[in-house]
Design a protein around this ligand. Structure first.
Ligand SMILES: [Zn+2]
Length: 294
């Protein structure tokens, strides 16, 4: 009797430890992304199947970012890297990351998005700033693009973990519904604002402007602080376009933006296009433009 009880207990303990091993294994599977809005999208689809490691932390600049040794190690433990597409960090580091972890699959979440060509500046990790005509990398600041990114994230997860396809599909569909409702609220809010020009330090809202028929006036000059001379011309343009909203991004030079706002007698509004809380960020940016006269 005692022996049988002991046998039962041992069997039970072995079963439990196998189960918890499996659970732990599940939690340990990791994918990496570059920025927090992407982490948000990826987590909605991956659920508890993957840990989503985000390389650029809050307040980091994804266009000129040097990862710490811990962050490099986290990427090395990843089964896949989901790049935004053409962010400066990704251009500078992707070869090295894939060299350090040749097994890691790399997916481009911008695939299928109609990219805007612009003069965008990147400060490379060697500290050298290059201004060149490239595609605008800020694709995540528009629900229409986020829908494509979500699709690409779903496809990536299906490819690396096909056994959980149904799980990802259900979560992906729920996410698309949420993105759709954000899009329709924004459309309603911004419809009366067609053609409105807003100002922003760094041109993070090009896709947002394109998708909702707005105009973006960028204050920075090729990734650098604007000279007094160039500022004069931006102020003139802003007056001409009757700019009422000036967006301030904390990771860029706010001092110059506040001076600019004062100059044109507009309201400076702090935003964070790199926030994890992507839905609220999209809505509050739209709200600021829709209620600009209040
Ligand atoms: Zn940028």
């Amino acid at each position: 009797m005692g022996k049988r009880l002991l046998y039962l207990i041992v069997t039970w303990m072995v079963t439990i430890s196998i189960l918890s091993c499996q659970q732990r294994e599940n939690v340990q599977r990791t994918i990496s992304v570059t920025i927090l809005p992407q982490k948000f999208l990826a987590e909605q689809i991956a659920g508890d199947k993957f840990n989503v490691n985000c390389v650029v932390p809050a307040n980091g600049n994804p266009e000129a970012y040097d990862p710490s040794p811990q962050q490099l190690a986290a990427v090395e433990n990843s089964e896949a890297y989901l790049r935004v597409g053409m962010l400066g960090f990704e251009i500078a580091w992707m070869d090295k990351l894939s060299h350090n972890n040749p097994e890691m699959k790399i997916f481009d979440t911008s695939q299928g998005i109609d990219m805007i060509k612009s003069t965008h500046s990147h400060t490379h990790h060697d500290g050298v700033s290059h201004a060149m005509s490239v595609v605008d990398p800020h694709i995540w600041c528009s629900p229409k693009n986020a829908r494509v990114m979500a699709r690409n994230i779903y496809n990536a997860l299906e490819e690396i973990d096909g056994t959980n396809r149904e799980y990802y599909k259900a979560r992906y569909e729920r996410l698309v519904q949420r993105i759709d409702s954000v899009d329709s609220v924004m459309t309603q809010m911004l419809l009366p604002c067609e053609g409105t020009t807003f100002a922003i330090y760094h041109p993070s809202l090009s896709y947002f402007a394109r998708d909702y028929n707005l105009q973006q006036l960028c204050i920075e000059n090729m990734g650098k602080e604007t000279s007094a001379f160039a500022m004069k011309s931006v102020v003139e343009q802003a007056r001409d376009k009757e700019v009422e909203v000036v967006f301030v991004q904390s990771e860029f030079n706010p001092r110059q933006v506040y001076t600019f706002a004062q100059e044109i007698d507009a309201r400076p509004i702090e935003i964070n296009p790199l926030s994890y809380d992507w839905i609220n960020e999209m809505l509050s940016i739209s709200y600021a433009i829709a209620h600009r006269q209040q």
